[in-house]
Design a protein around this ligand. Structure first.
Ligand code: MSP
Length: 527
């Protein structure tokens, strides 16, 4: 039986507010999905859009647009972002898809019939001109956060989900299954701030707006967003639909990945809904940190937006992916600045990886007419030492990278591959091939050195292929190879065949003058 892996990002609000931080969840999941595919897993990677609710209806109306037209445009733009970043999702769900809406209604009905959904009254602050309910904490200085006018206490007939009924089971889940919610700090947060404080039932319908899934049997109500949104993880697989083969095959999810601000919904409300539906719980919920910009979570309102499409077009999607995968300590917040991004690009991609490739392929061309020489056993003790140390970095590398990926330590996984690349650059300085080339009697040694370097490049390209997209293939093009579909049999040192024709590489990543570039960008922004 083949191994399966079901991974999800949250579904995105079609807000148009997509910046490099918003791409974090999706890029991380993409690297994990690609890594698992290379490990021979049958992967299902789900992403999509969360399209219901009053805010969306209002945004469309404010622009004088029909809601669906507005949404279609937003979704097209989001898909373009994922295309530019080479996101390999298997399915894109929209909560406005008919099959999803029908399944949400069936889920609602099932929970209602079971007694886990009941009708009651929702009492909260109401802004009459905006026709909006707000919780006290949403009000700004006691006034409506949209229009700034007085809000008053009002009652609305609503349906409620019996969340309180699941409190003990949820506490037990988080306390006893340490794998379920990660990193560990999020377990304490959920237990102390929410679960042990006591759960109240959750209001899951609204009558004050109509942009949503209609409540079956009571269409004056629409299902309030979280019940609708969270269900996407199962409706996308056909749960309660005409064909639930994918659900039977892939559920439970192996990993729900998301930013820390929505962990509560995924580790409390979502498992409670699944318990009520009597279906298995996801294996892991992971709340990652934020990418911060000048110390704040990025958002359009703060005027510090960084457009991922512009960044990818200017500096390459690989560089953007690499920064996201490498720079944010997993589980914690990371900092973005153009300087940090360009420095990382120059140091790792241009200097370490790019130089290793250009030096190695240039020397194979210059000294061996572009034909890969065969390695021989080193005679000299120091040569032996260098070779052994280089190979020690290569041997078992897949296992070390896998170990980090299993723990979701993505920056550490990429760092492990770069340790080998950096070791190979040091190996060039130690073995000085340009000196060996001057002495005909050292030709065999020179051949061995260049073979070893070429082999490091091959192995690094294979292992980098879940993280970067264009660079690994460009490296392998020099050796007339393709990125393999699977790591199997590809990660042992010595895979390259002597006698292979080696093509001199083009520039992999151009070097950027950081100070000049920052000045140019600032000038552009101030225009
Ligand atoms: N629609 C809800 C999710 C419903 S899932 C059933 C939502 N959407 S979102 O568009 O606001 O966020 C999508 C993802 O982007 C989340 O994982 C969120 O944490 C992530 N990020 C948004 N800004 C971010 C940063 N600045 N840094 C890292 N991740 C960030 O929430």
């Amino acid at each position: 039986m083949s191994k399966k892996y079901y991974i999800t990002t949250p579904i995105y609000y079609p807000s148009g507010n997509w910046h490099i931080g918003t791409c974090y969840t999706t890029v991380i999941c993409d690297a994990l999905a690609r890594f698992k595919r290379s490990e021979g897993y049958e992967v299902f990677y789900l992403t999509g859009t969360d399209e219901h609710g009053q805010k969306i209806q209002k945004s469309a109306e404010a622009k004088g647009r029909k809601v669906m037209e507005f949404l279609n445009e937003q979704v097209d733009t989001l898909k373009k972002v994922w295309e530019v970043l080479d996101i390999s999702y298997d399915k894109f769900i929209r909560t406005t898809d008919d099959y999803h809406k029908e399944a949400v209604q069936k889920i609602f009905l099932k929970l209602y019939e079971k007694g886990d959904i009941y009708k009651s009254e929702y009492e909260n602050m109401y802004c009459t001109p905006c026709e909006s309910f707000w919780t006290k904490s949403q009000l700004k200085d006691g006034k409506c956060p949209d229009c700034g006018r007085e809000a008053e206490l009002a009652k609305e007939e609503s349906y409620f989900f019996r969340l309180s009924k699941y409190q003990d089971r949820l506490i037990e889940l988080i306390e006893n299954n340490k794998e379920f919610l990660q990193p560990v700090s999020r377990q304490n947060e959920m237990l102390n701030n929410f679960l042990r404080a006591g759960l109240t039932d959750l209001c899951i319908s609204r009558t004050s707006f109509d942009w949503g899934v209609k409540v079956p049997l009571d269409p004056r109500h629409v299902v309030y967003v979280w019940l609708d949104a969270l269900s996407n993880y199962i409706t996308a697989l056909g749960f309660m639909g005409e064909d639930d083969k994918l659900f039977k095959k892939f559920w439970p999810a192996d990993l729900h990945m998301m930013g820390k601000e929505i962990v509560r919904f995924h580790s409390i409300i979502w498992p409670a809904m699944l318990m009520a539906l009597d279906i298995p719980l996801p294996r892991k919920v992971y709340g990652h940190g934020w990418l911060l910009f000048d110390g704040d979570k990025m958002s359009k309102s703060k005027g510090n937006i960084v457009d991922p499409i512009v960044l990818c077009e200017k500096y390459g999607a690989d560089a953007v992916r690499y920064f996201l995968l490498r720079e944010v300590p997993f589980g914690n917040d990371g900092l973005y600045s153009l300087r940090a991004f360009l420095n990382r690009r120059n140091a790792d991609l241009c200097n370490s990886l790019g130089n290793l490739l250009s030096r190695t392929t240039a020397m194979i061309e210059q000294y061996f007419g572009g034909i890969l020489p065969a390695p021989t056993a080193p005679k000299d003790d120091s040569d032996k030492g260098y070779d052994l140390d280089l190979k020690a970095h290569a041997e078992g590398l897949l296992e070390r990278v896998r170990d980090f990926m299993d723990k979701l330590l993505v920056p550490e996984a990429t760092n492990e591959i770069f340790k080998l690349i950096n070791r190979a650059n040091k190996y060039i300085d130690e073995t000085t091939p340009w000196v060996l080339a001057k002495d005909e009697s050292k030709k065999a040694r020179l051949g061995t050195v260049l073979y070893n370097l070429a082999e490091v490049l091959r192995l690094s390209a294979v292992l980098l292929s879940p993280f970067l997209i264009s660079a690994p293939q460009k490296i392998l093009d020099c050796f007339a190879l393709k990125v393999p579909k699977s790591f199997k049999g590809e990660c042992e040192f010595g895979g390259l065949k002597a006698g292979t024709t080696v093509k001199r590489s083009d520039i992999l990543f151009n070097r950027i003058d950081v100070e000049k570039e920052i000045l140019a960008v600032e000038k552009e922004q101030n225009k």
